[in-house]
Design a protein around this ligand. Structure first.
Ligand code: ATP
Length: 136
């Protein structure tokens, strides 16, 4: 079994899509290991998105992710990292995300794309310790 970090980003929370995301996670058979509504500090945001530091969209991404509360979730199950990436759909909701995925069903923009999911088990471990430092 594997763990992944899922975020319902500020656009998803503001649009009332937390339930939609949770339904898809649970319906697939994945389990919730932790869940919290969090205000994101500049410090947490820059650590979470460290790999994008220097890219043209970096500052805009930090402004976006700190613009309102997010729901952070640790999701657990067999191949949880890939399974949630499939639930989310590709980064670009129009060009890459399939209909039936969260992004394919609910998003139109690359930045405001509703959810985040860790891209590897290594990223998941790093991100889970960042968002849930007290989780065993
Ligand atoms: P996430 O890491 O959020 O699951 P991802 O792995 O699909 O998304 P990344 O390439 O890691 O995508 O980019 C992280 C996030 O940065 C994206 O989800 C999106 O919100 C934003 N982003 C990525 N590329 C762009 C871009 N070209 N313009 C604006 N925002 C972008």
């Amino acid at each position: 079994s594997e763990r992944t970090l899922v975020l319902v980003k500020p656009d998803g929370v503001a649009r009332g899509l937390v339930g939609e995301v949770l339904v898809r996670i649970e319906r697939r058979g994945l389990k919730l290991a932790a869940l919290e509504l969090k205000n994101v500090t500049e410090d947490l945001a820059s650590q979470h998105y460290a790999e994008h530091n220097g890219k043209p969209f970096y500052q805009s991404l930090l402004d976006f992710i700190t613009s309102g509360p997010v729901v952070a979730i640790v999701v657990e199950g067999p191949r949880a990292v890939s399974a949630f990436r499939q639930i989310a759909g590709g980064t670009d909701p129009v060009e890459k995300a399939a209909p039936g995925s969260v992004r394919g069903d609910f998003a139109l923009e690359v930045q405001e794309n509703i959810v985040h999911g860790s891209d590897s088990t290594e990223s998941a471990a790093r991100e889970i310790s960042l968002w849930f430092p007290d989780l065993p």
